[in-house]
Design a protein around this ligand. Structure first.
Ligand SMILES: NC(=O)c1ccc[n+]([C@@H]2O[C@H](COP(=O)([O-])OP(=O)(O)OC[C@H]3O[C@@H](n4cnc5c(N)ncnc54)[C@H](OP(=O)(O)O)[C@@H]3O)[C@@H](O)[C@H]2O)c1
Length: 271
């Protein structure tokens, strides 16, 4: 795809000097590109990533483009609520005040047999852990009437595929009960779970905007972006399913790479 004209004037108009931007899943894809662009606009960054090595390599990439960027790194694995609690504790101990919180991390599949806390795994990672993180950090959001704090959740057009009937949202009494309701294999981990999690992201932001009008809450569909999101390399179990096979076929992968935007098209323009 051709590069679109950047809408940001990083040098003069759209500066973020003095602001702290916190981003979940800043180790790759859209999250990393967002971090690079915010650093170019003068923001300090708080990276919240699950993989410490990838987080530190992301920090190096940000510094390549903005050598004087200030970057903090705290480990958060949204599949493990204890790491979210620990991160919140560290943020509070360091008395960090966040101007922009980007709830970006997300995934579209999970190993077929896995669930977390007897809840559908994708819903936990994409929505519930972000819900918890935001709830705990509300008092760490910094804003004023003229310049409110912002919270941006990465949603998706895929939310249109959700029914919102609650099956993917609730806690089951056991993993067996969950499997019997949600199905197993492709039925459980297929796109339905993802659609439901993205609907949850949107409804969450909408409700928060009603409850806390002094903060700006937004959910965004980024378009179809050619990131690791479509690679499905991480879920070996997923590869054994029809959906995994289908998405990894040459035809679908070349189709996706033709229609998808590059996540770095905007920050590359600034270099
Ligand atoms: N790409 C698209 O076309 C598209 C379209 C609509 C919406 N979105 C949304 O955009 C967001 C970013 O997606 P992307 O395309 O940038 O995907 P990506 O390249 O796969 O990046 C996903 C990021 O989320 C992180 N992540 C995954 N599971 C995590 C966990 N348990 N705890 C903490 N971090 C975790 C990944 O960490 P690792 O680096 O450790 O894997 C990575 O940094 C997602 O919410 C997705 O739903 C994407």
């Amino acid at each position: 795809m051709g590069q679109s004209k950047s809408i940001f004037d990083r040098e003069q108009k759209h500066r973020l000097d003095g602001k702290l931007v916190a981003i979940t899943g800043a180790s790759d894809g859209i999250g990393l590109s967002t971090a690079i662009m915010c650093a170019q606009r003068g923001a300090s960054l708080l990276l919240l990533c699950r993989n410490i090595e990838k987080m530190s390599s992301a920090a190096s990439k940000i510094l390549e483009s903005t050598p004087d960027a200030r970057i903090l790194q705290i480990r958060v694995d949204l599949a493990d609520v204890r790491t979210v609690s620990n991160a919140v504790k560290e943020i509070k101990e360091k008395q960090l005040m966040i101007d922009v919180l980007v709830l970006n991390a997300g995934l579209a599949y999970f190993a077929p047999t896995e669930n977390l806390y007897n809840i559908n795994s994708i819903q936990v990672v994409n929505h519930y852990s972000h819900f918890f993180l935001l709830n705990e950090l509300l008092s760490n959001l910094k804003g004023s009437e003229e310049d409110p704090a912002r919270v941006i959740a990465l949603a998706s057009d895929a939310h249109n595929g959700a029914t919102g009937d609650g099956r993917f949202w609730k806690t089951y009494s056991s993993s067996q009960e969950m499997a019997s309701v949600l199905g197993t294999g492709i039925k459980k981990i297929g796109i339905n779970a993802y659609c439901e999690s993205k609907l949850a992201n949107i409804l969450h932001m909408r409700e928060m905007a009603t409850r806390y009008p002094e903060i700006k809450f937004m959910s965004v569909h980024p378009g179809v972006v050619n990131t690791n999101f479509f690679s499905f390399k991480k879920g070996d179990d997923f590869k054994g399913t029809f959906l995994g096979w289908f998405i990894n076929t040459w035809f679908i992968r070349s189709f996706l790479s033709k229609i998808a935007k590059s996540s770095d098209q905007d920050f590359k323009q600034a270099e």
